[in-house]
Design a protein around this ligand. Structure first.
Ligand code: ADE
Length: 245
């Protein structure tokens, strides 16, 4: 099958590129002035296109968050018509729901937004997201990953209103891209999943940014190993699972 992987940070993507032996594509099939970078390669049964959000030309830092994730996924889906789109990266976890630093999560059930609040008829549901994930709990079990509900927002910190939303959906994972990637994947009729590794515990005692930086290198190594195993394991037969009702 054809799989488009979308990642936000170069630090997250580099170990993946190395472990999967991906090749950098000098001229991706999109406008040269957008920062999105492309790597390609194959496993025994799958063709992999990895789109990395790239660097913001103004600040020179990685384009994290839903804005760039939407653009990257759009470019990847238009160029490659993938069967499956994977949002891969690091995340915050929740000790109260069994999360630990380094836990590897595969997306479970649906992916939500926790920072879009529009209390108007119709817009409320649209704002919350709730995009379906391919049911892959048995692959998670086989690979020794945890299955987790993901909630996405554009801030590293956690406001009380965001925390209420996260509790409503019982999220195990707090990230900054997955829901945006899932929305575009759905528009293109592609299946969606996410592989996320915990760098920091949202409900732990340490400041998030400090814990994130301390654990980033360990988490990106774990992510590369987990994503490589996942991309080698997943096959066409796994695409047949139905979306959550
Ligand atoms: N990525 C890593 N840690 C995160 C957190 N706490 N919130 C959102 N995204 C993250």
């Amino acid at each position: 099958m054809r799989i488009c992987v979308v990642m936000a940070m170069h630090a997250e993507a580099e170990p993946v590129v190395e472990m999967l032996g991906l090749r950098a594509v000098d001229r991706p099939p999109w406008a040269s002035h957008v920062p999105m970078r492309l790597y390609e390669g194959k496993t025994r049964t799958n063709t992999i296109d990895l789109v990395v959000n790239g660097l913001d030309p103004d600040t020179g830092i990685d384009c994290i968050g839903t804005q760039a994730a939407t653009a990257s996924t759009m470019l990847g889906c238009e160029a490659f018509a993938p069967d499956l789109v994977v949002s891969a990266g690091t995340c915050g976890g929740f000790a109260c729901r069994g999360g630990e630093i380094g836990t590897v999560y595969l997306a479970h059930d649906r992916v939500w937004y926790h920072d879009r609040r529009v209390p108007l008829p119709g817009f409320d549901r649209f704002s919350r997201g709730g995009y379906p994930c391919l049911p892959l709990d048995s692959i998670a079990d086989d690979l020794g990953f945890s299955s987790g509900v993901i909630s996405t927002g554009d801030s590293l910190d956690l406001s009380p209103a965001d925390a209420r939303r996260i509790d409503e959906v019982g999220a195990h994972v707090k990230d900054m891209e997955a829901a945006a990637v899932a929305w575009i994947a759905g528009l293109f009729g592609a299946k969606f999943t996410a592989v996320k590794v915990v760098t920091d515990l949202v409900d732990g005692p340490h400041p998030t940014e400090q814990e994130f930086l301390e654990n980033l290198s360990m988490a990106t190594d774990r992510l590369a190993e987990a994503l490589t195993r996942f991309l080698r394991e997943i096959s066409d037969a796994d695409l047949k699972g139905s979306a959550p009702a």
